[in-house]
Ligand binder design. Sequence first.
Ligand code: HEC
Ligand code: HEC
Ligand code: HEC
Ligand code: HEC
Ligand code: HEC
Ligand code: HEC
Ligand code: HEC
Ligand code: HEC
Ligand code: HEC
Ligand code: HEC
Length: 337
Amino acid sequence: MTVKNQKKYQSGVCFFTGVFVLGVAPLQVVAQVAEQAGKAVAAGMVSVGQASAAKGLYTRKGADTCLKCHDEDYKYPIYPVFYSKHGDRNDKRTPMSQLQCESCHGPGRAHATEPKAGFKRARIISFGAKSSISPAKQNNQCIQCHNNKGHLAWTGSAHETQNVLCVDCHTLHVRKDPVLDKIQQAKACYTCHKKQRAEFERNSAHPVRFDKMVCTQCHNPHGSFGDALLKTNTKNETCYTCHAEKRGPFLWTHAPVAEDCGTCHEHHGSMHRPLLKKRAPLLCQQCHTQAGHPSVAYTENGLASQTPNKFLLAKSCLNCHTQVHGSNHPSGVKLMR
Ligand code: HEC
Ligand code: HEC
Ligand code: HEC
Ligand code: HEC
Ligand code: HEC
Ligand code: HEC
Ligand code: HEC
Ligand code: HEC
Ligand code: HEC
Ligand code: HEC
């Protein structure tokens, strides 16, 4: 859209602010401008966002035209979109105060015209896995407006490169998109991430299944500059956002802790409390081998019935080395206090 058009259409919006009643108020002014925008698009006078989407012409009356056929009886619920943030006509940035339905669905004049006998109705941009529109093009319809801070790393992210659609997670023709609801979010992710669902069902797990945590406390599904769509640059940074006391600094640091919590812990869930990859002593004996004092490989043979082995029972190595994450005690060098 050119700046000139932008101005015109904004005045159109002001004119109608507050008087919009579903399907009743005519939307001509907005739509006429929309039409001009359509012509401008056709003439190549477009901003980057609209250019990729728009080749055809926009309707004269915007939503009113669409609602003639896609009305309350239509098999698919259209109206709730008016009650969502996208339907807020007091907000100049929303589709409903711009090209309305066609901000998302693209120019629809050809589609809205009854086809001649024997011809098919012209297509319009539709969304979802079954749509014939390419994933990139579908997503661009959304990205033209949603390219702010949280979305900078979308391009090249695991989801973008695997052709995951915005609408695989988001539902738009509803009052409130379920994936934005903390209690329903994980369900949306689990449709594809079944392995992770199983991990969160393990007996020691981050409490996602109790609705006390959501995936997006650790991940940004829109892409990130860290591994595995983590919100922070490193895994440990993510853990520190909640387990700050593990950051230290400690007088006596336990090297693997500062390096990667994931050396000993599963990030989602584990069969060994608390979220441990293995139980002590095996956990510790991966690194602390038989040299010197303690780290002889203990097996059940250590459990002679008369002499219970203090290296193996109860918390094993942690019976003595309680400060496994690091110690601030002057004589805590062996992580025992
Ligand atoms: C004259 C009637 C009519 C008008 C006006 C109309 N549509 Fe449609 N639309 C249809 C029919 C019929 C279908 C096919 C529906 C079906 O297969 O059940 C359809 C299908 C669609 C689809 C599914 C994708 C496709 O191409 O099949 C979308 C999205 C859509 N319309 C959006 C819109 C929008 C947005 C507008 C306004 C710009 C609009 N329609 C105006 C009749 C209309
Ligand atoms: C914010 C973007 C957006 C706006 C605005 C919007 N839609 Fe949609 N529409 C979608 C998406 C995305 C879907 C796919 C299903 C979903 O996510 O709810 C869809 C689905 C549809 C469908 C079903 C298509 C099919 O494949 O069967 C129709 C019809 C439709 N929209 C018509 C309209 C009409 C008419 C309007 C204006 C009143 C409108 N839409 C406004 C994004 C939008
Ligand atoms: C014409 C611009 C425009 C288009 C096109 C658009 N959006 Fe939006 N969207 C907005 C605005 C404006 C908001 C409100 C933002 C706010 O409140 O900060 C919004 C809000 C949202 C929200 C948050 C809703 C809430 O209830 O908080 C989601 C999710 C969203 N959009 C997804 C999409 C998806 C997916 C598409 C493509 C199908 C899309 N949008 C297309 C402008 C747009
Ligand atoms: C893998 C699932 C997933 C995909 C794919 C996805 N989103 Fe989201 N989106 C979410 C979740 C979950 C939230 C809620 C985030 C939160 O609660 O912190 C969200 C929030 C949003 C919001 C509101 C908050 C914000 O970040 O501005 C917008 C807008 C949005 N998404 C747009 C998009 C667009 C546009 C696309 C496609 C380019 C997209 N999303 C793709 C899951 C997804
Ligand atoms: C439509 C399917 C789909 C949905 C829904 C989905 N994802 Fe994904 N996700 C993928 C695909 C495909 C990949 C890339 C391949 C892989 O690693 O499995 C991926 C990868 C990821 C990765 C790993 C990235 C990496 O670099 O290894 C994370 C983290 C992730 N998704 C989180 C989420 C979250 C959180 C949600 C819900 C808000 C979600 N996903 C919803 C399909 C999906
Ligand atoms: C406590 C933080 C946290 C929460 C909550 C969380 N994840 Fe993760 N997730 C991680 C970490 C850490 C990684 C691994 C990063 C790495 O390997 O570098 C990861 C990795 C992943 C991967 C990549 C494959 C794998 O399993 O290693 C996927 C997919 C994934 N998470 C999906 C999800 C989904 C879906 C949810 C919500 C149901 C979720 N995550 C909740 C921290 C979290
Ligand atoms: C968004 C906050 C958050 C983040 C980020 C986070 N955790 Fe947690 N963590 C929790 C909550 C909440 C619990 C559950 C505490 C409870 O059940 O009392 C928990 C529990 C744990 C437990 C088990 C504690 C116990 O006493 O059973 C371990 C181990 C753990 N987290 C490790 C990690 C690791 C490793 C990371 C980084 C990959 C991480 N956490 C990231 C919030 C977080
Ligand atoms: C060398 C292995 C190891 C590494 C690395 C490690 N932990 Fe632990 N962590 C343990 C063990 C063992 C326990 C159980 C302690 C117990 O039972 O007394 C534990 C317990 C926990 C607990 C629950 C009890 C508590 O002390 O609060 C949390 C939370 C935790 N770790 C977070 C982290 C975080 C965050 C990191 C990374 C900064 C990390 N751990 C790195 C071995 C490790
Ligand atoms: C990933 C490898 C790794 C794992 C697993 C591991 N450690 Fe360590 N640990 C180290 C390293 C490296 C050092 C530092 C050694 C040094 O400074 O010479 C260290 C130091 C220590 C020290 C202090 C030794 C000294 O000489 O000051 C103790 C005690 C210790 N670890 C106990 C444990 C216990 C108990 C566990 C199991 C809960 C464990 N470690 C798991 C790698 C590991
Ligand atoms: C009964 C208490 C106790 C138990 C159980 C125990 N340790 Fe120790 N550990 C010690 C003491 C005491 C020292 C200090 C020895 C010294 O300074 O010579 C020590 C020292 C260490 C050191 C440093 C070695 C060195 O040469 O200074 C490591 C590493 C270590 N223990 C790992 C482990 C591991 C792994 C386990 C479990 C298999 C374990 N410990 C179980 C008491 C214990």
